[in-house]
Ligand binder design. Structure first.
Ligand code: HEC
Ligand code: HEC
Length: 236
């Protein structure tokens, strides 16, 4: 089919980029990273079934992430709607392989219904297709110019001019994500809590102070959400 051919082409191009990115972490993480690439390559080459993804989401995920996948700032649970497809797949694979420490999700990802590349593909496709929530938790607004300056000088090169993320590098969109979630992730990544993140990213975050991390999180949480993944939308 024409669409699956396109997906296969996207899958191959994406995996070449990802293989380069994922092979950078320290040696102990490399075997796991290889498994993550394997799961992602299988999932990306499959024909997505969005309706199945919606069913999975309603049954297993909505209680924590919210019915519209808008997240929940009170429990520091991220918004997932409109997130970049490849990034969602990588996180789901990372959490299945315990490459990212989220105990409540490790147990979940081991359920038979969720442990196949097809289920990951379907639920990621469903989430990517949702309109991102326009309501996000924000910081106190006191250091937005500092946040913008940091974003433009350090983060823009990977996360994009509009913080829209990047499909081929599995880089997340950060637009309109909840403030407390962004801040927590930045602090956790800065101390290496995600095992398959490029060490260059960790090195960049390590040098920022808590106030700077808070300023950039506040700036990002206020950007109007980006809807869906541009690359995929353009190809469909
Ligand atoms: C028990 C609550 C809970 C359930 C159920 C749950 N999640 Fe999560 N999820 C979380 C929390 C909390 C985080 C943030 C983890 C962290 O702090 O690193 C998260 C993170 C994620 C992320 C990473 C997002 C990002 O921006 O990096 C994805 C993707 C995700 N969940 C997808 C799902 C899917 C798909 C399901 C259903 C199959 C699901 N979650 C079910 C609590 C849950
Ligand atoms: C060299 C490229 C690069 C640069 C520069 C970079 N990032 Fe990232 N960032 C990434 C990648 C790749 C990921 C996904 C990591 C993963 O797969 O777990 C990420 C993940 C994140 C996340 C987690 C998002 C989520 O949904 O959980 C946040 C927050 C973040 N970056 C913020 C920033 C900020 C703020 C800056 C600038 C201070 C920055 N990044 C600079 C590449 C980069």
């Amino acid at each position: 089919m024409k669409t699956s051919g396109r997906y296969r082409t996207i899958a191959i191009a994406t995996l070449l980029c990802l293989a380069a990115v994922l092979m950078l972490p320290h040696r102990a993480a490399q075997a796991q990273s290889k498994r993550v690439i394997g799961v992602m390559s299988l999932a990306l080459a499959l024909e997505p079934d969005r309706a199945h993804g919606e069913q999975i989401y309603a049954k297993h995920c909505a209680t924590c992430h919210g019915r519209g996948a808008q997240g929940n700032p009170d429990t520091v649970t991220p918004m997932l709607s409109g997130q970049v497809l490849t990034y969602l797949l990588k996180q789901l694979a990372d959490m299945s392989e315990a490459d990212r420490d989220v105990p409540e999700m490790h147990r979940l990802m081991a359920r038979p219904e969720l442990s196949t590349p097809q289920s990951l593909r379907d639920v990621a496709t469903f989430l990517n297709s949702l309109k991102a929530s326009a309501v996000s938790q924000m910081g106190d607004g006191s250091r937005l110019l500092v946040g913008e300056r940091i974003y433009k000088s350090i983060c823009l090169s990977c996360h994009g001019k509009e913080a829209e993320g990047d499909f081929s590098g599995a880089v997340p969109t950060l637009r309109g994500q909840h403030y407390s979630y962004l801040l927590m992730q930045l602090r956790q990544m800065a101390v290496g809590h995600r095992y398959s993140v490029d060490p260059d990213v960790i090195a960049l975050l390590e040098v920022l102070s808590r106030d700077e991390l808070s300023a950039v999180s506040d700036y990002l949480s206020r950007l109007k959400p980006h809807t869906g993944d541009k690359t995929i939308a353009a190809l469909q």
